[in-house]
Design a protein around this ligand. Structure first.
Ligand code: NAD
Length: 260
């Protein structure tokens, strides 16, 4: 379905981003991976995806907290893959603390990576998408883009912000063939969430299994994690012709979290 298209998926060396990159590659899309991690493991992942689906897979080590590196990543996608038709802004970090104790540098980092990076990447990628008359911007927000939880001020602010940014882009790009949408996952069992479960177990003096059960029970009527592949499936749908008129939307995939 996406044969010949070129995509960047930021933060795709792990978790949701890797699931999205895999799904897009499975549809025939050439993909630029991005994110941190062990160089050999990343190269294995890159080569494995390319071999599995017969597509070109590139990798950018750009740090999403640095605007010049974000711009350079979009440029290298054009030079290495031949363009950027699909931009998935997914890289993200978490930090939890009450506001009064929240370290300034953690606030700046969460806002830079979870929000400002998407702005810089969109700014760099939109001109070519408009010229081509087709493009897809998919911002991975969160249930926390729609509702809040305590001790997550920077994350909730960034995720509410990215939903606003998604809507502004949809308005500005109306009629150009470029759509802009957000995906709002609830809980997906990735390293980002595993750390929160382990912190919860340690703080509460309970087992990791109990902490996981509490975490799911607190928010999710479904009581179950979504998977990176399910997030990938929604991203692929947003790239399909069925979604040509879907823009400015925020899709929850949250087991009912935000229905409450
Ligand atoms: P993860 O920790 O598994 O993956 C995060 C990815 O971002 C990794 O590839 C990491 O290397 C990359 N990354 C982090 N800082 C970076 C930087 N400065 N520059 C470049 N890459 C960087 O996390 P995940 O759970 O897969 O989260 C992915 C996205 O999904 C995030 O935006 C997160 O907020 C969002 N999300 C996750 C959940 C969940 O339950 N896991 C729920 C809602 C939203």
């Amino acid at each position: 379905m996406l044969k010949g298209k070129k995509a960047i998926v930021t933060g795709s060396t792990s978790g949701i981003g890797l699931g999205v990159a895999d799904t897009l590659a499975a549809q025939g899309c050439d993909v630029m991976l991005n994110g941190f991690g062990d160089a050999d493991a990343i190269e294995k992942e890159r080569a494995g995806l390319a071999a599995k689906y017969g597509v070109t897979v590139a990798y950018s080590a750009a740090d999403m907290s640095k605007s010049d590196e974000v711009r350079a990543m979009v440029g290298s996608c054009a030079s290495e893959l031949g363009g950027c038709d699909i931009l998935v802004n997914n890289a993200g970090i978490q930090f939890t603390s009450p506001i009064e104790a929240f370290p300034d540098d953690r606030w700046d980092a969460v806002i830079a990576i979870n929000l400002s990076a998407a702005f810089h990447a969109m700014k760099a990628a939109i001109p070519a998408m408009k010229s081509a008359g087709w493009g897809r911007i998919i911002n991975v927000a969160s249930a926390h883009g729609l509702v809040a939880s305590k001790e997550k001020s920077a994350y909730v602010a960034a995720k509410h912000g990215i939903i606003g940014l998604t809507k502004v882009a949809a308005l500005e790009l109306g009629g150009t063939g470029v759509t802009s949408n957000a995906i709002c996952p609830g809980w997906v069992l990735t390293p980002l969430v595993q750390k929160q479960i382990e912190d919860r177990a340690e703080k509460g003096g309970i087992t990791v299994a109990e902490a996981q059960k509490n975490l799911l029970g607190e928010k999710l009527p479904s009581g179950q994690f979504a998977t990176p592949e399910q997030i990938g499936g929604l991203a692929a749908f947003l790239c399909s012709p069925s979604a040509d008129q879907i823009t400015g939307s925020s899709y929850t995939i949250d087991g009912g979290w935000t229905a409450q």
